[in-house]
Write a protein that binds this ligand. Structure first.
Ligand code: C2E
Ligand code: CA
Ligand code: CA
Length: 771
């Protein structure tokens, strides 16, 4: 029982409220009335005839009120509709009563109040309906509605030409006003209905057709009646009389349906169909104006048709402006706002068209990535980086043909699709693009040299879709970058390398966050005393799957990916932590840390290092930075700035792998350098080659003459160790003494060595060791 109640409540306002018997009765009565009008004189008495004419207008009124009272959501608009139908029914009843009493129909009669109120109330209902549908209608919708409404009004005005004219010509003022009111109100009603129908944006559901149909039928009957009356050919009791009741019945069905939830899918018309009503209205208004030049139509019709065209013109203007705005938006969405070149989105849209252009022709995709752009961004700031990208964009435009697709994919990455280009032509184009960048760029008064690496993939050999070609060009680009070859055409073998590289890169980023890097330390032995005052810190990656990795397995990738700064900070942090620990244990060892050439681009480096030392309570002598000759060669002015900054805070500077680069003596003299580390490629041959030994000897003298101390790297045997000591070399580092080892292992090694030194007290400290 309870559940039945709940179901009934749940269905309230849906099936339960529709009272099918009442709806059935409404249709039945209307049907009988129409039949009666069609076959008059079927024994229905005059009395009954009156009732039969009133029932089809009163039942809709009842249906409307029941529905309006049933719903809460739409009570306002449905009450207006119910009141409208009731007013009409009251007017009709008054007329019927007057007729039954054989009274002459007064003109204007009180019935007219009811009829006129019908229009006012139903128009109010429509207004509420539209208002509920959309608040803040866009102007385009309002204009569509206006065009539709005016067009429809113009058509009705033509039909009513004679009526409107006669109303104006009729004698007394009051009857004229009332007589003119009906056609004008019909015109308004039709205009409102068509106006609402003109915009599919007003989604009124499929039921709307009932209300529109009912009101149009009502207005049509009214107009036909008025015209017939004017013509003097109106006959009471024809099926035309049922027109009003039929219209009201449809209105009542709509009201009833509206009081129930709408489950129909509201499909708005799309594309050209959406504009069907305004288009027809405009065409009709135009036709009407043409006809008006030959035939007599009411002035109102001409005015309305003119207004329709004016509204349509405004609508067109608006549509045009919207179109321009849309195309501007589209252009904006496809443009890279920094360089003005097409962006990634545009590239993905245009490149497939180029690729598909002529299947017989090959197509090449070039992916250009600037070398060390991150350094420029980091050191000169993003504004300078942006400025550079803009200038590069302009140069690339000049270096490509108009038919090529050139785009900035993001960051410092540009892509070009060359139609009709095989690998050879792509290489020529790559050279042209790179050549376009050789002339130095000027940024904020600085002259900057920029190079780029270009990866090339060719369709159809390497793939036919943009995604595959881009991926392969990307792999080829990294190959070009690591080989410093400028450009590289993809080959299948790159893929394996490329994928491993990508994986390593991903893991590297995680490792930097996850503390997977450790340092090994290799001692530097004083050749005169045998003492160890300093160590070199060498980074290793404790890879979770691949075990301990040496620098050559990941440094180049970190450098390419611009992760060197982060790695550098990690290494510095670990090395200084260890230095602080040794100092705390009473063994103040200096730590030498390797700085990659890219660190030169970081003007903040000296300051950061200073902070790191202070935080750990370390003197600046605790740190030595090892730089390569490459570092000095890259940009002498900036190298000087960074090195001077380091020198100012008291950090010593050592030139690593000395002899392998091309640094001139002038650099050594001018730059604030403390130490040279002679590369092991000079040390190993000393044993067998007297010329090599002589070279090492004179280089040691040279260093000393410049006021620099000398460290020999890669010392692997005792003979060399002794020779170096003889030549006056300051320190030695190599496997002979110790490989790079973890800090604890180095501690053990140092302890053993101190003990041995103390026991034997040999000044040189070498011959006593049993390595
Ligand atoms: P490097 O600075 O010249 O470091 C010396 C390299 O020579 C080390 O290789 C070391 O293990 C090796 N070595 C030392 N003694 C001997 C010897 O007697 N014989 C031979 N054959 N080799 C010896 P490792 O550790 O693999 O480092 C290689 C390079 O990686 C380093 O060369 C340095 O350029 C770079 N590197 C290492 N750690 C770092 C770091 O933390 N930051 C940066 N930027 N670079 C680093
Ligand atoms: Ca080094
Ligand atoms: Ca070295």
């Amino acid at each position: 029982m309870q559940s039945t109640t709940r179901i009934t409540t749940g269905l309230r306002g849906s099936r339960a409220g529709s009272r099918p018997w009442l709806m059935g009765a409404m249709w039945l009565v209307l049907g009988i009335y129409v039949l009666h009008l069609h076959f008059p004189g079927y024994g229905v008495g005059e009395q009954k005839e009156t009732w039969l004419s009133l029932l089809p207008v009163w039942i809709p009124a009842v249906v409307c009120w029941l529905a309006a009272l049933r719903t809460r959501q739409f009570r306002g608009q449905l009450s207006f509709a119910a009141a409208a139908v009731t007013c009409y029914a009251l007017g009709a009843s008054y007329l019927a009563a007057a007729q039954a009493l054989h009274e002459v129909r007064p003109f204007p009669s009180p019935a007219m109040v009811g009829f006129l109120l019908f229009y006012a109330l139903i128009l109010a209902c429509l207004a509420l309906l539209v208002h509920r549908q959309r608040r803040g209608l866009p102007w385009s919708v309002v204009l569509d509605c206006t065009v539709g409404a005016l067009g429809a009004a113009a058509v009705v005005a033509v039909i009513l030409t004679s009526l409107l004219d006669s109303a104006v010509l009729t004698g007394s003022v009051a009857p004229t006003a009332v007589a003119a009111a009906y056609p004008v109100l019909d015109l308004l009603l039709v205009a409102a209905v068509v106006g609402i129908a003109a915009s599919p944006e007003l989604q009124l559901g499929r039921r709307w057709i009932l209300l529109a149909g009912g009101l149009l039928m009502f207005a049509a009957t009214d107009v036909a009646y008025a015209l017939l009356v004017l013509d003097g050919s109106y006959l009471s009791g024809t099926p035309l009389d049922a027109g009003w009741a039929a219209g009201l019945t449809l209105v009542a069905v709509w009201v009833d349906a509206r009081s129930r939830p709408d489950t129909s899918v509201n499909r708005a018309l799309k594309g050209a169909w959406a504009l069907i009503v305004p288009t027809v209205a405009t065409a009709t208004a135009l036709g009407l104006l043409l006809v008006a030049s030959r035939v007599n139509v009411s002035a109102a019709a001409v005015v309305l048709a003119g207004a329709t065209l004016a509204a349509a013109a405004v609508r067109t203007q608006l549509a045009f402006r919207q179109l321009v705005r849309m195309s501007e938006l589209r252009k904006l969405a496809r443009t890279d706002d920094l360089t003005g070149l097409p962006n990634r989105r545009a590239f993905y849209a245009d490149a497939p068209l180029q690729l598909a252009g002529d299947a017989a022709q090959p197509c090449a995709l070039l992916l250009l990535d600037l070398d060390r752009f991150k350094d420029i961004n980091d050191s000169l700031g993003h504004d300078a980086g942006d400025l550079l990208l803009r200038q590069i964009g302009s140069r690339l435009v000049v270096a490509t043909r108009p038919e090529d697709v050139l785009a900035r994919l993001g960051g410092d990455e540009f892509a070009v699709v060359l139609h009709g280009a095989d690998a050879e032509r792509a290489k020529t184009a790559a050279n042209r693009l790179r050549a376009a960048l050789t002339k130095p760029f000027t940024l904020e008064g600085l002259t900057i040299q920029v190079t780029a690496s270009i990866g090339i993939s060719v369709s159809p050999d390497h793939g036919t879709d943009v995604k595959t070609l881009l991926r392969k060009a990307d792999i080829a680009m990294y190959k070009a970058k690591s080989a410093h070859s400028g450009h590289h055409v993809y080959v299948e073998a790159d893929n394996v390398h490329g994928e491993r590289r990508l994986r390593t890169l991903h893991e590297l980023r995680l490792a930097l966050l996850g503390g997977e890097f450790v340092l090994h330390y290799q001692p530097k032995v004083n050749l005169a005393t045998g003492e160890v005052r300093g160590v070199e810190a060498l980074v290793r990656w404790n890879h979770p799957d691949r075990g301990l990795l040496y620098p050559e397995a990941f440094l180049a990738i970190a450098e390419e990916a611009g992760l060197m700064h982060a790695l550098n900070d990690v290494v510095l942090g670990l090395a200084l932590d260890q230095a602080a620990e040794w100092r705390a244990q009473g063994h103040p060892l200096s730590v030498a840390v390797n700085l990659s050439a890219s660190c030169l681009a970081d003007p903040q480096l000296p300051m950061r290092i200073g902070t790191m030392l202070t935080e750990r309570g370390l003197p600046s002598t605790a740190l030595i930075v090892e730089i390569t000759e490459e570092f000095l060669m890259e940009d002498c002015d900036r190298a000087r700035a960074v090195l001077t900054g380091l020198r100012t805070i008291g950090v010593r500077i050592s030139v690593d792998d000395f002899g392998t680069g091309y640094s001139s003596l002038a650099y050594l003299r001018d730059l604030p350098i403390d130490e040279l580390k002679l590369d092991r490629s000079f040390i190993a041959p000393m044993r067998h080659d007297p010329r090599a030994a002589a070279l090492v000897c004179s280089t040691i003298d040279l260093a000393h003459s410049l006021g620099l101390s000398m460290v020999a790297e890669g010392v692997e045997d005792g003979v060399i160790y002794e020779a170096l000591a003889r030549y006056g070399c300051d320190q030695a580092q190599g496997y002979l003494m110790s490989r790079p080892v973890a800090a604890e292992e180095l501690d053990n090694w140092l302890t053993g060595r101190r003990r041995a030194l103390a026991a034997v007290a040999y000044p040189s400290g070498f011959t006593d060791f049993s390595w």
